[in-house]
Design a protein around this ligand. Sequence first.
Ligand SMILES: Cc1ncc(C[n+]2csc(CCOP(=O)(O)OP(=O)(O)O)c2C)c(N)n1
Ligand SMILES: [Mg+2]
Length: 374
Amino acid sequence: MLLSAAGSHPGDLHKLWRTRTPNGYHLEYGYSTMGYEIPGALGAKLADPSREVFVFLGDGTYLMMPSEIVTAVQEHIKIIIVLVDNKGFASIGGLSRSLGMGGFGTSYRERSKKSGQLDGELLGVDYVASVRSLGAHAIKAESLKEFRVALEEAKRADRVTVVVVESQPGVGVPGYESWWDVAVAEVSQLESVRQAHAQYIEARKKRAPPPGNLHWDLTRGCDGTLPRDSSPPIVVYRRRPMRKFMVGNAPCSWGTLEFEGTGGEPIPFGRMLDELAETGYTGTELGDWGYMPIDPQALSGELERRGLVMLGAFVPVALKDPAALPEGIAVAVKTARLLAAVATSPRPYLVLADNNGTVLNRTQRAGRITARTA
Ligand SMILES: Cc1ncc(C[n+]2csc(CCOP(=O)(O)OP(=O)(O)O)c2C)c(N)n1
Ligand SMILES: [Mg+2]
């Protein structure tokens, strides 16, 4: 599996990586926290030692927090780290440049005696030596061919291994047709920042509305007027009134399905629906076929009388067993017909699921506490 968190990797992997196995991709997209990578990988490896865990790590992130490599050595937890040495905070440098800030302080360069700026010689950090000093195995790869060979060697290694890849600073994966909404300083002495701010305001105007019930509204001030001294329009998100929520329940979670031997008392459907309505639920699931009336008129009558709607039905079919499919299809179709016949609003769903009722431990215990199972 592949794991990463910060720097260029979240964006680059998003563009280039195809995950082929379940649980094969773990990215800390939430906060993109530098330093998550190595401890995160230790966790992943502990969770499934049978898998090889590959970590993508930037040089900036390595310098910030390499310490858990020592833990990996100490605990004999084998992970493979691909350390990309691009001489600095490439992603933040790119972002800074795109916002008119010239990438200030993001490149690993000495302060030049001549200019007094951070534009001197590149720093010569020796990552291979650094990794070795922590007790891990380090391999340097200077070409694609060497990288492939290094990965094979890393797979064979019996301890944490770091493949150090030197990449050309300033050369990155190309962009894609999307726009990252990072606000630009409104006030700056730099002309480049003022220009970037103007472009930012234009870009926001063109932006597609955000999904969900947030609704994009470019207004001139919250009350619809433009304050005299505010040249760029103020952008506000207005919340649409929330759709009414309806909460339903199901016979099953009402304890109606008592499997043989569990000692519970069967609850007739009428009582269950009465209690459901009384509790304040507005809809119900159908329950097992035949638990409620299967005549559409009778069923609609029972629901309407209590102000309830039919929300759906769960049809378990042994999907792995071809012999069980014709019967499963027949039950699904007759259930769907009944749902359609009693449908009001919202329209009910039919949930077709694998038959898990064959697991005894589950059917005997799930959801029911009786004197014997408590
Ligand atoms: C803990 C933390 N501090 C700061 C940041 C902001 N930040 C995101 S990427 C980055 C630079 C990462 O540099 P590097 O690991 O070398 O990756 P590169 O950008 O060069 O690909 C910084 C400072 C962050 N995401 N997490
Ligand atoms: Mg870097």
